[in-house]
Design a protein around this ligand. Structure first.
Ligand code: SF4
Length: 684
């Protein structure tokens, strides 16, 4: 293509939160290829999703091209003009607000869209709906990280940069994370580090690619992370490996924690977690003795009814050995979608304005009221996972969903559908006719990352530029313009702003983003927040010398069983997860034929012994049922999962694991327990 290429546009991958950078190669207004760039988190590496799954969807014939309104009589969607659609959306939301009150409305932000879009969406919900019922899909993936890290350390984000924790470290502890599939470029860097001599401890209920490279693989029973962490800390204390100086000068609450972990002897933990005592002891010594040793974790820690306590346990372990605020250390959640970090940073949260500024703080509330020239609702809103039950109870009447597909992604699909059907008015702003959009009253066609300017914040808090590469035919509109237009139609005067101007507004109101602008980002490799002034270089490593909350807080947690465990009726434990070739609902990767050819349908991983007892062979069709629903899928029989356990990806609308999953919520973050539910499996 080099002979005829006309344009190379540097941008950031729209799939996972690694934040790889690449050039989109554009010929005659069509993206024809991707070329890796030496970005700070990828250094010229890309995975199969970034390399091959990043542009077919942009040009897909399935893109929504104009607004649609559902005909109430026929149930069919009909083409509408923007004026018709936006007038209907604005008038209907205002009518519902008048009739049922502002708390009857809610909005979900898109964690794949740029920061500027998300900022405007939450501003629309707060100023026009007059509620804080605004949330994003972090609620179902890493809300436990946001809550757990904020409570223990003061900031709910990854502490160290990707390069720092995968390069020149002595030991990596990987907990509930399969980066070679979910964050492949991070996975590649861990693999390289191990090849160079870094020790690796994998804590995961499944055999994953990296467990084969590990020095120790603790094949832990799903849902027992807190017991595992308490056991590790028990051994660290007994072996005299705790960092007493760090504990004394930098933390509080240690004595309470010490009392709790005293009970978690290796013998007790081995029974709870189904791991060997000597392996636990060895892992604790290996982690504590290593000088540079990061904890890297993912949804295997967060997606439990004790997810927040699991996250706080990761902080406890790192604080106990003084491995925070230092190079090559820290507590590092690998966030999910490309901009789910940004969706939280931008205030798509029911209790926080942008930059985690608390709604409850009077000064903060007054600052936003003054800047937005609007009296704001001071009451914390509902979390996304509370909006659906509230809708069934008749409390939520109108919902605006921007770029999310909860029918596929949220637990207990039957429950989600019932909730959507209970609404009086549902608006979906998306690229495609998603499973959720089918339930909408109005569908608004937005534009993809390749058609707009903006920024994404990757998992290491690095704000990076997204740049417009193509302008496509059709009536699709910039999402920020849709929100601004709606705000004006709902009676709130909001001038049209460019993406760069929106970032300037964000910076003016958000201390941790104060030094960030498109102009500055264009001259740098991206900036890691906090960046508190135009001269501030950004913050690669957090909590150096002092935690964001002052002293780090040891949160003592006791092990509590998962909310639904196998029994006579549903004897197999099921977990969910992701595969290399797709991202979440496949909304984007599902439009790339090559990826669909390799990975085109759902499956369930079963243990060899369970399969033999049930008369199921590898490749057989099976019926999988739980108390909430049933699906037909294909069995993959191996030793990857332990006896009595199974695992399913959730990417596929047909045979989707979420018809089975349990919507039991974590107390603090309201994150659902995707990682443990009870199912039965029968030959089909
Ligand atoms: Fe990088 Fe993730 Fe994109 Fe793969 S999907 S290229 S690892 S950002």
């Amino acid at each position: 293509y080099r002979i005829w290429q006309t344009k190379k546009v540097l941008t950031t991958c729209p799939h996972c939160a690694t934040g790889c950078q690449y050039y989109l190669i554009v010929k005659d207004n069509e993206i024809v290829d991707v070329e890796p760039f030496d970005g700070p988190s990828n250094h010229n590496r890309l995975c199969v999703k970034g390399r091959f799954g990043s542009f077919d969807f942009v040009h897909s014939s399935e893109r929504l091209k104009y607004p649609l309104i559902k005909n109430k009589e026929t149930g069919e969607f009909e083409r509408a003009s923007w004026d018709e659609a936006l007038d209907l959306v604005a008038s209907k939301f205002m009518e519902l607000k008048k009739k049922y009150g502002s708390e009857s409305l809610a909005g979900f932000a898109c964690s794949r869209s740029p920061n500027e879009d998300i900022y405007m969406l939450q501003k629309m919900v707060r100023t026009c709906f007059e509620t804080n019922n605004v949330d994003n899909c972090a609620r179902v993936c890493h809300s436990a990280s946001v809550a757990g890290l904020a409570m223990t350390l003061g900031s709910g984000a990854m502490t160290n940069p990707i390069y720092d924790i995968t390069n020149d470290v002595d030991c990596i502890m990987l907990v509930g994370s399969n980066p070679e599939e979910a964050h492949p470029v991070v996975g590649m860097q861990i693999r390289k580090a191990v090849d160079r001599g870094t020790r690796l401890i994998v804590v995961d209920p499944r055999d994953i690619g990296l467990s084969k490279k590990a020095d120790i693989h603790l094949k832990i029973k799903p849902g027992t992370n807190v017991a595992f962490a308490n056991g590790m800390m028990h051994v660290i204390i007994k072996e005299g490996l705790a960092d007493e100086e760090f504990i004394k000068t930098r933390t509080e609450g240690f004595e309470k924690l010490r009392e709790i972990v005293e009970e978690y002897t290796p013998q007790k933990v081995s029974q709870i977690c189904h791991i060997k005592e000597d392996m636990l002891i060895e892992a604790a010594k290996m982690y504590a003795k290593a000088k540079k040793a990061p904890i890297i974790y993912c949804l295997g820690v967060t997606e439990h009814s004790t997810g927040t306590e699991g996250v706080m346990s990761m902080s406890n372990m790192a604080m106990m050995v003084g491995k925070l605020g230092k190079e090559g250390c820290g507590v590092n959640p690998l966030r999910g979608q490309n901009n789910v970090q940004g969706a939280c940073d931008m205030g798509a949260l029911p209790g926080d304005f942008p930059g985690y500024q608390k709604l409850k703080n009077k000064e903060v509330l007054e600052k936003f009221e003054k800047a937005w020239n609007k009296k704001l609702n001071p009451n914390e809103g509902l979390h996304a996972t509370e909006v659906f039950p509230a809708s069934i109870e008749g409390k939520i009447k109108g919902l605006f969903i921007f770029g999310e597909d909860p029918v596929v992604t949220d637990p207990d699909t039957n429950h989600v559908i019932k909730a959507l059907e209970s609404l009086e008015f549902l608006v979906v702003d998306d690229l495609f006719m998603t499973e959720t959009a089918k339930y909408a009253d109005v569908i608004l066609p937005g534009v993809s990352y390749a058609e707009k300017e903006g920024t994404f914040s990757n998992t290491e808090r690095r704000v990076q530029r997204v740049r417009k590469a193509v302008t496509l035919e059709g009536e699709m509109r910039l999402d920020t313009d849709i929100f601004i237009d709606l705000m004006n139609r709902m009676g709130y005067e909001q001038p049209y702003l460019t993406s760069a101007e929106i970032m300037d507004e964000i910076a003016s109101l958000t201390p941790s983003f104060a030094g960030i602008s498109h102009e500055r980002l264009d001259k740098t490799e991206g900036i890691q927040w906090p960046c508190t002034s135009k001269e501030h270089p950004g913050t690669p490593i957090m909590h150096v010398g002092k935690f964001t909350r002052g002293l780090g807080w040891f949160y003592p947690a006791k092990y509590v069983e998962s909310s639904e465990l196998p029994d006579e009726d549903y004897p197999i434990l099921m977990m969910t997860g992701r595969v290399l070739y797709h991202y979440n609902t496949r909304a984007m990767t599902g439009k790339t034929p090559g990826l669909m050819e390799i990975s085109g349908s759902s499956f369930i991983e079963m243990n060899t012994q369970d399969a033999a007892e049930l008369g199921v062979k590898d490749g057989d069709k099976v019926k999988v049922s739980s108390r909430r629903g049933e699906i037909i899928t294909t069995a993959r029989v191996s030793e990857k999962v332990s006896k009595g356990e199974s695992w399913m990806p959730f990417h596929f609308p047909d045979g989707n694991a979420n018809w089975l999953t349990n919507a039991a919520l974590d107390e603090y973050a309201k994150i659902p327990e995707y990682k443990v539910c009870a199912v039965k499996i029968n030959s089909y």
